[in-house]
Design a protein around this ligand. Structure first.
Ligand code: SAH
Ligand code: SF4
Ligand code: F3S
Length: 490
């Protein structure tokens, strides 16, 4: 795991060290002094709530924020009526932004009741100057704002905000830094996300991620492997390797290494049972990766391979750098090589200039590849991206009809794919007690637990909390469309 520092050994009377992560541990020790004062004044620990919007990358960042908050003495809670609330935001589509503004309105009411409450905002949305301007003018009760590049400085910023009057804003345009060994508070004891790289260099024309997450940077393989070994020793059985485009992992390292080579090393880690990764860009997916997946006992039978569109014209406009034929050939090759694999995808409907004929091309790919699941999104115009400046934006009404049509095909194919496995026996990692069954007042109803199959499908089986975190064999008795009802076969 991480090589964390002991806060008790930090000398607070000397100046903060310049090097990282020692500097951040110094500020954690300082924050802890503040927390101790809070406890003696109020007779209780201060509470903190971290709310996450967006993708797995943000979820992982939130675990790092919680790790620091816990280290300095906060009690982390799920209610936003807390002493410290931080929103880790997403800006990939406009509805993500609107949700943040809505929730900020609610926080205003809480802060009126608890004036010493502190509100912080971080994450991708904060990298947009127009957002900062809006918060400054319309949400002046926010105390601290920082971005994606300086998130490792959270302890230092928290400390500064205890001492500051008014809103503290610290946003960096970019960074080439990766700071290791900061504390992390995992959401699950038995599984964990691991960043293997940050940022993105692809500049798909609709996408804001490269602007808010900066240039692609890979972590050193030794740092990744050391972290995973530590996690495995701590009881983690499944890891999800995270990056915007994992297939280009390692290109910018001093000693370049491919993603397939990294996977081979991760496979060797004892105690680890399952390996997942997100996301793969089709243009960079190598035959070597297919081989590694095929030969592996630990890499899960699931590949998320975003298509975005099936029309060559639109793909070109999107700057995706593959054609419909290349995508289909790749997906079918993977299905041939690894027959039990599930392929899932992302699709955007309503990209500028998209016609019903273009959408038919996309639907054709869905039918040919038979996606096991697909996330379908309505195109959202992101300021500053090349697509936002395109003149032929598609009217919402036209998009909606096409979207519904696509969704129906996606659901039909997904159902068809799921039904294939009905009656078979396979391994599932039990992740949680099924909330509905544990709430059921009718005690004659069985308690269910929820497991995840290697192919990422969900199965509910009778069982109790003692199974959580275990990999068990289950029979998939009944397919319910997008999940199964099953029984444990031991
Ligand atoms: N790096 C990943 C995806 C990150 S964003 C990849 O390249 O696959 C997740 C998904 O959001 C994308 O796959 C895309 O389908 C969708 N998305 C990104 N920008 C969007 C936009 N402007 N409007 C609608 N959907 C968008
Ligand atoms: Fe966005 Fe494309 Fe990068 Fe994915 S690969 S994050 S869609 S620019
Ligand atoms: Fe959203 Fe940022 Fe992830 S924009 S999708 S949280 S990288």
């Amino acid at each position: 795991m991480n090589q964390e520092m002991d806060l008790d050994k930090i000398e607070l009377y000397s100046a903060p060290p310049a090097e990282e992560p020692a500097r951040q541990y110094y500020f954690m020790a300082k924050c802890r002094e503040w927390v101790k004062k809070f406890i003696s004044k109020n007779g209780r620990c201060p509470t903190a709530c971290v709310t996450t919007f967006g993708c797995q990358m943000n979820a992982r960042d939130s675990e790092k924020l919680e790790g620091i908050l816990k280290k300095v003495g906060y009690e982390t809670v799920s209610s936003e009526e807390a002493d410290f609330v931080i929103f880790n935001t997403c800006t990939v589509r406009d509805n993500a932004n609107q949700r943040v503004y809505g929730r900020l309105g609610e926080l205003k009411g809480y802060k009126r009741r608890n004036p010493s409450m502190k509100i912080a905002l971080c994450g991708c949305m904060m990298q947009e100057p127009s957002v900062i301007e809006k918060i400054r003018t319309s949400y002046p009760f926010v105390d601290l704002i920082f971005g994606t590049h300086n998130i490792y400085k959270f302890a230092e910023l928290l400390c500064a905000s205890f001492e500051a009057e008014g809103m503290l804003i610290d946003i960096w345009k970019d960074t080439d830094r990766i700071v290791e060994d900061l504390p992390v508070q995992r959401k699950y004891a038995f599984k964990s996300g691991i960043n293997i790289m940050f940022g993105c260099n692809n500049f798909c024309s609709y996408c804001i991620v490269p602007y808010v997450r900066g240039r692609e940077r890979s972590r050193e393989p030794e740092d990744i492997l050391r972290e995973i070994r530590g996690l495995a020793a701590d009881g983690v059985v499944e890891v999800m390797l995270l990056g915007q485009n994992v297939n280009s992992y390692g290109r910018n390292l001093k000693n370049p290494m491919t993603f397939a080579e990294l996977l081979r090393e991760v496979e060797k880690i004892e105690g680890l049972q399952r390996i997942r990764f997100m996301t793969s860009h089709p243009k960079d997916l190598s035959d070597d990766l297919i081989r590694v997946m095929k030969e592996s006992r630990k890499i899960c039978r699931h590949l998320h391979l975003p298509l975005q569109s099936g029309s060559d014209r639109i793909l070109k406009q999107m700057n995706r750098r593959y054609t419909k034929e290349q995508y289909v050939d790749l997906a079918l090759k993977i299905r041939r090589e690894i027959p039990d694999i599930a392929i899932t995808t992302d699709i955007i409907v309503g990209f500028p200039g998209e016609t019903p004929e273009d959408l038919e091309e996309t639907i054709d790919v869905v039918r040919t590849v038979k996606f096991d699941n697909a996330f379908t999104f309505i195109y959202s115009r992101r300021t500053g991206t090349p697509a936002a400046a395109m003149e032929n934006q598609v009217p919402e009404s036209q998009v909606k009809t096409g979207f519904d049509k696509l969704l129906k095909v996606v659901q039909d194919t997904a159902r068809e794919q799921a039904a294939k496995y009905e009656g078979s026996v396979c391994e599932a990692l039990i992740e949680e007690v099924n909330e509905e069954s544990s709430r059921a007042e009718d005690t004659s109803r069985q308690m269910l637990v929820t497991g995840r199959l290697s192919n990422n499908m969900i199965v509910h089986v009778p069982g109790d909390a003692s199974l959580v975190g275990k990999v068990v064999r289950v029979s998939l008795d009944e397919c319910k469309g997008f999940y199964y009802l099953g029984t444990i076969r031991e």
